[in-house]
Design a protein around this ligand. Structure first.
Ligand SMILES: NC(=O)c1ccc[n+]([C@@H]2O[C@H](COP(=O)([O-])OP(=O)(O)OC[C@H]3O[C@@H](n4cnc5c(N)ncnc54)[C@H](O)[C@@H]3O)[C@@H](O)[C@H]2O)c1
Length: 372
């Protein structure tokens, strides 16, 4: 198969769909790989790294889209990219179609076979191509929270780990899933006093079994949440109710109960945010003040560490990318129902029920698409 990887063109996106190592593996499997020039530069991979791996370099995205059997990307294709997709071509990337009717209609019209990272599943009910970005955002959250707490940034002027004779920062993590667990581990590693709140008792049991001693757990009743929040220096929002907007767990009125200069890092901002006063911010202008409480609400946190994120995403996508290239999409999806769950669009039809429901578009079952 001929695999193509264009440079990402969405503003502020520095990741790239294929690392030099992913290209090397695909080539070792007998495929050819073409990367758009400078595609990896934002993640610290110059063209020479890809050439050393055996890949070709193309001067323009149009060359990639014209010649590749499979396009591997990071972000959903932008309008200009969608116009270049062809019937029979495979697109393997994040799509997030449900809130995006324009993209959905364009992908259907393209005739391409579009497999979305975010709907590929695993045996444990997880989303293996979303998890690496949650791991990154979770580990980044205490780092940006520590920065936000600094006096010059409007924070309380509290050091995460304290010093001998001065207590550490109190950190409360609301939601103990992938983001929350990684956030708690790093905050505890920085020496902070950490409590994780969750509504799932099995999850709290797991966290207590595995991390008891490193951080505390608490049931996320409204009362516990309010009490812990009032004593916190840094609060990290990491809840998720799949398919729904994030619940608002700290109201504007509650801000007056928090410590002046406390920091709120709302990782759940991509689902609308779990604090009433959250609104999405960018890496250029990440924080703002509401009633003396500093808010950090960047919706694409992994972009801040594009190199780590690119490598982490590449590790997760590589087996699926190789399977698609080795077997073709039909056989690969036939052999792996989790990959079939990633099929969102095929040959002019939508093949993912949740997107069809959200946008009122008829859906062809993915199983029927396989047999077509
Ligand atoms: N901002 C970013 O750049 C970025 C990056 C990655 C993930 N995210 C977002 O972070 C959020 C968390 O993702 P995740 O992968 O950790 O999800 P997850 O499903 O692994 O964990 C979510 C946890 O929230 C808990 N929860 C649900 N409702 C709750 C409530 N009312 N109170 C307390 N806990 C509650 C669940 O029991 C679960 O343990 C999602 O919204 C995700 O989209 C954002």
């Amino acid at each position: 198969m001929h695999i193509g990887c264009p440079k990402e063109i969405k503003p502020q996106e520095f990741r790239v769909g294929m690392t030099p190592n992913a290209a090397r593996e695909a080539i070792a499997h007998g495929h050819s790989v073409t990367i758009e020039t400078q595609a990896g530069i934002g993640a610290g991979f110059p063209d020479e790294n890809y050439i050393a791996a055996g890949a070709q370099i193309a001067g323009a995205a149009s060359d990639i889209f014209a010649n590749a059997d499979m396009i591997v990307k990071v972000k959903e294709p932008q309008s200009v990219e969608r116009k270049m997709l062809r019937e029979g071509q495979i697109l393997f990337t994040y799509l997030h179609l449900a809130p995006d009717p324009d993209q959905t209609h364009d992908l259907i019209a393209s005739g391409a076979t579009c497999i979305a990272y975010e709907t590929v599943t695993d045996d444990r009910g997880g989303l293996p191509l979303l998890a690496p970005m949650s791991e990154v955002a979770g580990r980044l959250a205490p780092q940006v929270g520590a920065w936000t707490l600094q006096k010059a940034n409007g924070g309380r002027g509290v050091l995460m780990g304290g010093v001998p004779g001065v207590g550490p920062a109190r950190v409360v993590v609301i939601g103990g899933g992938v983001v929350g667990t990684h956030a708690a581990k790093i905050a505890a590693g920085m020496g902070a006093d950490v409590t994780v709140l969750d509504r799932s008792l099995p999850r709290l049991r797991y966290l207590d079994d595995v991390f008891g001693g490193q951080f505390k757990t608490s049931y996320a009743s409204a009362g516990n949440t309010a009490e812990l929040a009032a004593a916190a220096d840094l609060i990290i929002g990491a809840v998720l109710i799949p398919g729904a907007a994030a619940p608002k767990l700290i109201s504007r009125a509650q801000l007056s109960d928090l410590k002046p200069g406390a920091a709120l890092v709302d990782v759940a901002i991509d689902q609308g945010g779990c604090f009433e006063t959250s609104k999405a911010t960018t890496h250029e202008n990440p924080i703002y003040d509401v009633d003396g409480i500093m808010h950090y609400c960047v919706a694409n946190m992994p972009g801040a560490v594009a190199r780590t994120s690119t490598i982490a995403l590449g590790n997760a996508t590589m087996p699926f990318m190789l399977s698609l290239a080795d077997k073709g999409w039909k056989q690969a999806c036939e052999d792996d129902p989790h990959l079939l769950n990633g099929l969102n669009v095929h040959a002019g039809q939508l093949t993912y029920y949740a997107v069809g429901k959200a946008l009122g578009i008829d859906v062809l079952s993915p199983q029927k698409a396989l047999r077509a």
